[in-house]
Write a protein that binds this ligand. Structure first.
Ligand code: SF4
Length: 231
């Protein structure tokens, strides 16, 4: 199914439409129109995805355009499929008593910056407020974890994780970031590298293993150092 956010169900006469939800946070005022659309076009139920997204399932395929229009009219963004950065998962961050970094704000900022990039394959990101890692950064292509290091707030970054049939835990970068700006710069470096070296349908983990895990890590470390980042 070519339209972003639309997924063909087991029986091709039916589709589900995925809603973009960043960090599992959804406006209360959008719940009512979402419920109305699910009742009018779907089964009346809304599925919560494993990455904190929402899906309206059991929509007759011929009603797809009507559903997309109804969502757009209500200001509810469909998406979260295809060779793009998927909506960013996040824990509550500083809303949690253990939170060191504002994982929610960072997730939204990251997503706003990179959501329109077209990649060679899907790319998953998670931000998590502290080393308890509730948002599971090590099973994402790019994960960020808050840390208190030598009395300072630090952002630990992991690259190359994925779940699926062949699980791979991400590699921790040998440096930390100290600002959100630095994190976004490292993410852009990672995406540039992924676009330059990735083949169609190849996740970041597979590219790293094909070219040597250290190839990406050294590239990121050099670029971070060239921007004046502390090692
Ligand atoms: S990762 Fe830390 S800050 Fe985030 S929900 Fe878990 S305990 Fe709280």
């Amino acid at each position: 199914m070519a339209t972003c956010g639309v997924i063909r169900m087991k029986d091709s006469a039916w589709v589900s439409v995925r809603i973009q939800v960043v960090g599992g946070r959804f406006n209360a005022e959008s719940l009512e129109p979402l419920a109305w659309i699910a009742q009018k076009y779907g089964s009346g139920e809304i599925h919560f995805t494993t990455r904190q997204g929402l899906e309206i399932q059991d929509i007759p395929a011929e009603k797809t355009d009507e559903v997309l229009k109804a969502l757009a009219d209500a200001g509810i963004p469909a998406g979260g499929t295809g060779p793009h950065v998927r909506t960013v998962s996040a824990c509550p961050g500083t809303a949690c008593r253990f939170g060191i970094i504002d994982a929610q704000r960072l997730a939204q900022r990251i997503f706003d910056q990179v959501k329109d990039r077209t990649l060679t394959h899907k790319f998953k990101i998670a931000t998590t407020g502290c080393p308890n890692s509730c948002a599971k950064p090590i099973t994402n292509d790019f994960g960020v974890q808050g840390l208190r290091k030598e009395g300072q707030t630090a952002y630990v970054i992991f690259v190359g994780g994925n779940c699926g049939r062949r699980v791979r835990l991400a590699d921790k970068l040998p440096f930390v970031c100290h600002t959100e700006d630095e994190v976004v710069a490292v993410l852009n470096d990672t995406l540039d590298w992924f676009c330059a070296h990735g083949q169609a349908k190849e996740r970041l983990a597979a590219v790293m293993e094909r070219l040597g895990v250290g190839t990406l890590i050294e590239h990121l470390q050099t670029a971070h150092g060239a921007r004046g980042g502390k090692q």
